[in-house]
Ligand binder design. Structure first.
Ligand code: ZN
Length: 186
């Protein structure tokens, strides 16, 4: 099973809404498997299909040592908000306080086409929101307040990896070490 290159901010696929999955076939199961392996290798706490250049509504996560995946998700969010740092595998080294709903009820399908409902709070809720955003072409920097967003954009422009993305237009391979309380990008 291949480890896929992770697309970095600047790649248009990351800001393009993804299409619903229609065929729950072998190809889809391979995608879930490849996403999972790529996430574990990164290492990351979550990964959405557009982050590997596949514009389909599929994501995987690895939270509290439990692996999961969800297809064609829809979310119900709690009004209660959680604070906390967030990062993203498509933004190496970048971490910002990102407000999210504290609890989520997520509905969707598993890779066998069976309906799934799951409830998550804290990190799992954060991951489900972050990854569902990816499927809508929304990135975590879009969720920051305007001051943090400006700081983030400055940090991105000054980063080595963004220079490489701009230069090559391709997918430079960046290796980073997790170092925050949240630990891993999404
Ligand atoms: Zn992400």
């Amino acid at each position: 099973m291949p480890i896929l290159p992770i697309r970095l901010f600047g790649d248009p696929v990351l800001v393009t809404p993804a299409a619903p999955v229609v065929d729950f076939d072998r190809e889809l199961r391979k995608l879930v498997s490849d996403l999972t392996e790529t996430m574990i290798d990164a290492p990351g706490a979550g990964l959405a299909a557009p982050q590997v250049g596949v514009p389909l509504r599929v994501f995987v996560w690895d939270i509290d040592e439990v692996l999961g995946h969800l297809i064609n998700p829809s979310l119900d969010l709690s009004e209660e908000i959680q604070e906390g740092e967030e990062g993203c595998l498509s933004f190496p080294e970048l971490r910002y306080e990102t407000p999210r709903a504290m609890r989520v009820v997520a509905k969707g399908w598993n890779m066998h086409g069976e309906p799934v409902t799951l409830e998550g709070s804290e990190l799992l809720a954060r991951a489900l929101q972050h990854e569902t955003d990816h499927l809508d072409g929304i990135l975590f920097i879009d969720r920051l307040d305007s001051v943090s967003r400006k700081l983030a954009m400055k940090e991105i422009r000054e980063s080595d990896w963004f220079g490489l993305v701009e230069e090559s237009g391709l997918n430079p391979q960046i290796r980073t070490s997790p170092h925050s309380i949240f630990g891993k990008g999404l």
